[in-house]
Design a protein around this ligand. Structure first.
Ligand code: ZN
Ligand code: ZN
Length: 147
């Protein structure tokens, strides 16, 4: 399944006239197969052995290019490190307050909320953001072991 997705992503790159360097390909592939919404640093660490000459700045640079053509979403949570997500179908995130893990979950997009907000405020809505917070399974288990 991700093979297919990767091919589609490569096609999008080609259509956008973006050069497909081996690093760019690797960053994209890593994001596609990663369920953890990695930071640039985590991507760098994962690919370091494969590309000894690559720097964190290169990873950032690649992520920015991928973001510009809409393949990648940047998730900022007010701390210093953004997390990155391969931009597939719209989904929401649930975030662990203990370890910061972000997990995807699917729920119909809350379009009614957007149009209501538009009507009530007169804004032109561009997007919305909803996050659910809690404690993930592994953090929950750690907690119970302590007691
Ligand atoms: Zn957790
Ligand atoms: Zn996600």
């Amino acid at each position: 399944m991700s093979e297919q997705k990767l091919r589609e992503a490569i096609d999008t790159l080609k259509e956008s006239g973006v050069r497909i360097t081996p690093q760019r390909h690797a960053v994209l592939e890593y994001l596609l197969n990663s369920m953890i919404h990695p930071t640039a640093d985590e991507i760098y660490k994962a690919l370091e052995s494969k590309f000894p000459n690559m720097s964190v700045a290169t990873v950032y640079n690649n992520l920015r290019v991928l973001k510009e053509i809409g393949l990648v979403r940047e998730l900022t949570y007010g701390d210093s490190s953004s997390r990155f997500d391969y931009n597939t179908t719209k989904h929401y995130h649930i975030i662990c307050e203990e370890c910061g893990k972000i997990v995807d979950f699917h729920y119909p997009s809350l379009d009614e909320v957007e149009s209501l907000a538009e009507q009530v405020t007169g804004f032109e809505v561009s997007h919305h953001r909803m996050e659910i917070y809690g404690k993930c399974d592994s953090c929950k288990n750690v907690e119970t072991q302590k007691h």
